[in-house]
Write a protein that binds this ligand. Structure first.
Ligand SMILES: [Zn+2]
Ligand SMILES: [Zn+2]
Length: 228
């Protein structure tokens, strides 16, 4: 694996800024990978062995994903919305899994580790770089129950929602009176008041690459027409 500084530099670039969360995330990922014995997680032969669960959608999550190379689209990055600064690293080959949690004490100890640095953000950044793993993190050995439907690779199973007809992949359906139901059709949904909408030039599509003419009509931004 690259050095901490090289990883931090790359990760901050990808994330958009250097922040204390990048320092914690890069260190979290380095430690997690070391614990499950994947020293080059982004290398071709190792990338397929790694699954990472992140429990927060903040700066740290980006750093963990960047260093490990896990991606939502590859199903190697799992986001579980716990609001906890933690990530679990799973080695699919050995079954070994470790959950690394960022401690609250580390925040309080920033002054002790970087008394020479002015400014809260800069002090945290430098302190998180200097702190030993034992202060920055707690670590749990855990067991992760991964189903075939959680793994990378082709879709294993498709159900059709008995209420809206949408296809639900990988066993994410609920069974209501024995019939498959998608989550939006159940109570367990993040949105409400869904209404189908359309507009006059909804049949727009990007022009073919060889087409010298620009698209005649851009997608309408107003004039939504409800069809409900
Ligand atoms: Zn950030
Ligand atoms: Zn449905």
């Amino acid at each position: 694996m690259q050095s901490f500084d090289a990883l931090l530099n790359e990760s901050s670039k990808a994330h958009g800024h250097l922040c204390p969360g990048q320092v914690v995330g890069v260190r979290m990922a380095m430690l997690g990978c070391r614990l499950i014995e994947l020293d080059e997680p982004t290398r071709r032969d190792q990338i397929k062995k790694l699954i990472v669960y992140v429990e927060m959608d903040r700066c740290t999550a980006d750093a963990v994903a960047h260093v490990t190379g896990v991606k939502l689209g590859r199903r190697s990055l799992k986001f579980v919305d716990y609001g906890i600064m933690a990530a679990t690293f799973v080695n699919l080959e050995t079954g070994k899994a470790f959950r690394v949690l960022s401690t609250e004490e580390a925040r309080d100890l920033a002054c002790a580790y970087a008394p020479d640095v002015a400014g809260k953000g800069d002090r945290q950044l430098e302190a998180y770089r200097r702190m030993p793993d034992s202060v920055l993190f707690r670590v749990q050995k855990v067991r992760v129950n991964l189903d075939a439907c959680d793994l990378p690779g082709p879709t294993r199973y498709k159900a059709v929602c008995s209420r809206c007809g949408q296809v639900i992949r990988d066993r994410r359906e609920y069974l209501v009176d024995g019939a498959p139901v998608c989550r939006p059709c159940s109570e367990d949904c993040y949105f409400s008041h869904a209404r189908e909408v359309s507009w006059p030039n909804m049949d727009w599509s990007p022009p073919a690459p060889s087409d010298p003419e620009p698209p005649r009509q851009a997608p309408a931004r107003c004039g939504l027409v409800s069809v409900s």
